[in-house]
Ligand binder design. Structure first.
Ligand SMILES: [Zn+2]
Length: 433
C-alpha cells in the first residue's frame, strides 16, 4: 500500500514538472525588434474575425515605403519545425527598409503548431540563436497544429473545396488546408484568414518559407504556381550566377490540393511561390535529434545515406548550417523582389537593409539583427508616417536595462523626426499560446 502511494506521489511530481515544462514552452515569448520599415502591426484576426483571440491570431507586420508600389507577403512558420523559414521572416521584419511598395511579414503562420512537438520524434522544445544582445530562444514546434487546439482528427480528411482525400492528420497541416474554409477547423480558418489578407491587401506575390529533408525530391527549389513560372525561372538563373548557391524551379502540380503554391495562386490574384531549403534534421535516417543537429545540419547517418544515393541533395561533413539555409531564403526573396520590381515599376517593392546569402553566412543570422536600445510598453507609437498601433504585441523591458517607469504609452518627443528608426527602440513580442 505504502509503495503504491509512493509511486503515485512520484508520478504526481513528474507530472507537475512535465506540465511546467510544457506550459513554459507554450507561453515562451519570442521577441521581435521592429525594423526601420515597420509602420503597423495588425493580426490575422483583423482579416477574419473568427480567428481573433485564438492561438493563431498571429501578428501581421506591415512594412511600408514612402513611394506607393506593390505588396509582397512573406509567410514564416507555416511548418514551424522548419526553422530557417521562421528565422528568414524574422530577418525581414527586423531589418528591411522599404523605399517603394509594401512588405507584409507573418512570422508564425501556424502559431499553434509552434507550440507542439513531434510525438516520438525526440525533438528539442526550442533552440537558441546568438544575437548582439544575447541569445534569442525560439520554439521548435511541429508540422501540425497542436492537438490541444484542434482535436480530434477525422477518419478521413476531405480538402475544402476540392474534396480531394488527404492524409487524415493533414487536417492540422497549414500547407494542406489552403485556401481555407471560413467555418472549418482552426487550421482551415487560419488558411482562410491568410487568403483574405492576400485579397484585401492586394498582394502581388505570396512567398511561403519551408525546409525539407534531403530524402524528399522537392528540395533546394522554388515551387511556383504557373502565374509565377517566369519570375521563378529568372530568379533561379540570377541566384545561380550571382548569389553563390544554386536553386531550382518546380512547377506547382495542379492535382495536389491544399498547398500554398497551388491554392493561393488559384484563389487570389497573387503569384504564389514556396521556397525549400535543405534540413537534415528532418531526415528519417538521422542520428541524435538535438539542437546541435538542428543548427549545424551535420549528421553522419544522413551523410551515409547520401553515399548510398538515397538523397536528392548533397551533404558532407560540413552539414547544412542554419545560416546557410536562412541565407538561401533571404537572397531568393531579394532576387524575386528585384526581378519583379524591374519588370513592374508601378508595382515595385524596393527593399534594402536585408542581408543576402553571403552576408548571413559570414556574420551569422544573429549578428545581422537589430539591437534594441530600450524596451518599454507603449500602447501606441507615433511615427512620421502616422500612428502605429501595437495591438497584439506585448512590449517588455530590455535586457540589462531597468524598466524605468516611463512605459506610459507616450511616444518619445523626437518621434516625428526619427520616423522609422524610432521602432528600433522597442521590442515586440510574439506571444505564445
Ligand atoms: Zn514545410
Amino acid at each position: 500500500m505504502t509503495r503504491k502511494i509512493l509511486i503515485a506521489a512520484l508520478g504526481g511530481v513528474l507530472a507537475v514538472f512535465a506540465g511546467l515544462s510544457f506550459y513554459r514552452s507554450r507561453h515562451l515569448a519570442e521577441p521581435v525588434v521592429p525594423g526601420p520599415g515597420l509602420t503597423r502591426v495588425a493580426t490575422l484576426g483583423d482579416y477574419f474575425a473568427p480567428i481573433k483571440g485564438t492561438i493563431n491570431d498571429a501578428n501581421v507586420y506591415i512594412l511600408e515605403g514612402p513611394e506607393p508600389g506593390g505588396t509582397v507577403l512573406l509567410l514564416g512558420g507555416t511548418h514551424p519545425e522548419e526553422p530557417a523559414g521562421r528565422l528568414a521572416s524574422w530577418i525581414f521584419a527586423e531589418n528591411a527598409a522599404i523605399s517603394q511598395g509594401r512588405l507584409i511579414v507573418i512570422l508564425s503562420a501556424n502559431r499553434s503548431a509552434s507550440t507542439a512537438t513531434r510525438v516520438g520524434g525526440a525533438y528539442p522544445p526550442d533552440f537558441t540563436i546568438p544575437t548582439a544582445w544575447g541569445g534569442q530562444t525560439f520554439r521548435m514546434g511541429d508540422r501540425w497544429s497542436n492537438p490541444l487546439d484542434q482535436w480530434p482528427d477525422p477518419e478521413v480528411y476531405l480538402h475544402y473545396p476540392s474534396r480531394q482525400e488527404l492524409a487524415y492528420v493533414d487536417i492540422r497541416n497549414l500547407n494542406r488546408a489552403f485556401p481555407g474554409r471560413p467555418d472549418g477547423t482552426l487550421t482551415e480558418r487560419t488558411c482562410h484568414a491568410i487568403t483574405e489578407l492576400i485579397r484585401r491587401e492586394k498582394v502581388a506575390i505570396a512567398i511561403d518559407f519551408h525546409e525539407a529533408e534531403l530524402q524528399y525530391p522537392v528540395i533546394s527549389t522554388i515551387v511556383a504556381h504557373e502565374k509565377g513560372a517566369d519570375l521563378a525561372a529568372a530568379a533561379s538563373m540570377f541566384i545561380s550566377s550571382l548569389e553563390g548557391f544554386s536553386i531550382g524551379v518546380e512547377n506547382s502540380p495542379k492535382a495536389l490540393r491544399g498547398l500554398s503554391h497551388r491554392e493561393i495562386g488559384d484563389a487570389t490574384d497573387a503569384i504564389s511561390l514556396l521556397l525549400e531549403a535543405p534540413e537534415p534534421f528532418l531526415d528519417a535516417t538521422r542520428g541524435r535529434t538535438d539542437r546541435e543537429l538542428l543548427l549545424t545540419g551535420r549528421d553522419e547517418f544522413v551523410v551515409r545515406a547520401g553515399r548510398r544515393g538515397l538523397l536528392f541533395e548533397k551533404i558532407d561533413e560540413k552539414g547544412w548550417p542554419i545560416d546557410v539555409r536562412v541565407g538561401r531564403h533571404t537572397s531568393t526573396v531579394l532576387q524575386i523582389l528585384e526581378i519583379w520590381s524591374g519588370d513592374h515599376p508601378d508595382r515595385a517593392v524596393v527593399v534594402t537593409g536585408v542581408p543576402r546569402y553571403t552576408e548571413v553566412v559570414e556574420k551569422g543570422r544573429g549578428r545581422s539583427s537589430r539591437t534594441p536600445n530600450r524596451w518599454t510598453r507603449p500602447s501606441s507609437i507615433t511615427s512620421s508616417r502616422g500612428k502605429a498601433r501595437f495591438r497584439s504585441g506585448r512590449l517588455l523591458p530590455a535586457p540589462g536595462e531597468p524598466d524605468d517607469g516611463q512605459d506610459d504609452g507616450q511616444p518619445q518627443q523626437d518621434a516625428q523626426d526619427q520616423g522609422g528608426r524610432l521602432f528600433a527602440r522597442y521590442r515586440l513580442v510574439e506571444r505564445g499560446g
